[in-house]
Design a protein around this ligand. Structure first.
Ligand code: ARG
Length: 284
């Protein structure tokens, strides 16, 4: 064998050994050498959380000492996940339709935005276990309308030809498409802007998560009301989950572990109730 070839073989052998030992070193830890998703977060001492803070009680902004702070149920859970990893949280507020692409572009580590499983999202990202399911399963999406129209829009048929808003890329958009086929779907990137359009009469209704809609009614009881027409949401679309990149398996495991812990201790329910209180306190 030629010297050159021998040298090459030795190099390949050394590389293989290194790979094996790295793999072994990773065994005892929570992450493998190949998947640095948890270690990366620990190294930068920060969990960067992407959300769309227009979805109380899950996430909404409040102002404290002139500074904007993002609070809500998802933010409480994000804090628990970060605490478990021994790092702090940085929240990045992103328009809802861009959340998944920003995650894929490594702009954030995780997305907590009251997001439910959909087959098309599952092709792009990985979902955690569910951490929240509305009590009133199946009817957790409602139509927010103007109070003065309460007796006008009482059935799906009464919304025929009317403009119904939904957040772009959300389940609510899919619901309008499938349940209100005769209405005109208007997609918007922000829930808050859409609620204003309902008030102004630019659109007649907005498909909205129940607790978010109740927040608008709570804040402006003379302006808004929940339409009497019931929209049925299929069960698989009602459970909220954390989203991570598909390759970040160690991080997904970590997130699921914290969800399990918080569920078991009863803290998930406590945090949700606290978030509703905050939502009402700050009028979101
Ligand atoms: N649950 C709905 C979905 O997954 C809406 C989520 C909206 N979230 C938000 N932060 N605006 O599509």
């Amino acid at each position: 064998m030629k010297w050159q070839k021998l040298k090459k073989l030795a190099l390949v052998g050394a590389a293989a050994l290194l790979t094996i030992s790295f793999g072994l070193a990773g065994c005892g830890k929570k992450y493998s050498a190949a998947d640095q998703s948890v270690q990366r977060i620990k190294d930068k001492k920060t969990l960067v959380v992407g959300t769309s803070a227009d979805f109380a009680p899950m996430e909404f902004p409040i102002t404290q000492n002139g500074k904007t702070k993002y609070v809500g149920f998802d933010m409480m859970l994000a804090n628990k996940i970060a605490k478990d990893m021994g790092v702090k949280v940085k929240v990045v507020n992103i328009a809802f339709p861009s959340l998944i692409s920003e995650l894929k572009n490594n702009k954030v580590d995780v997305v907590l935005a009251g997001m439910t499983y959909t087959p098309s999202r599952a092709k792009a990202v990985a979902f955690s276990k569910p951490y929240h399911n509305d009590k009133d399963k199946g009817t957790n999406n409602v139509l927010l309308i103007k109070k003065s129209n309460l007796n006008k829009y009482t059935t799906k048929a009464s919304l025929k030809g009317k403009s119904v808003g939904a957040q772009q890329g959300s389940n609510q958009e899919a619901l309008v498409k499938s349940k209100l086929k005769d209405s005109k779907l208007v997609v918007e990137s922000s829930n808050n802007a859409m609620a204003t359009e309902v008030k102004n009469g630019t659109i007649q209704a907005m498909m909205c998560n129940g607790d978010t809609a109740k927040g608008y009614v709570h804040k402006y009881p003379n302006t808004y009301a929940l339409a009497k027409v019931k929209i049925y949401t299929p069960a698989k679309y009602t459970a909220d989950r954390v989203i991570v990149r598909k390759n970040d398996k160690a991080l997904l495991k970590e997130v699921n572990k914290v969800i399990d812990q918080q569920k078991k201790s009863g803290n998930l329910t406590k945090m949700y109730n606290k978030a509703i209180q905050l939502q009402h306190k700050y009028g979101k």
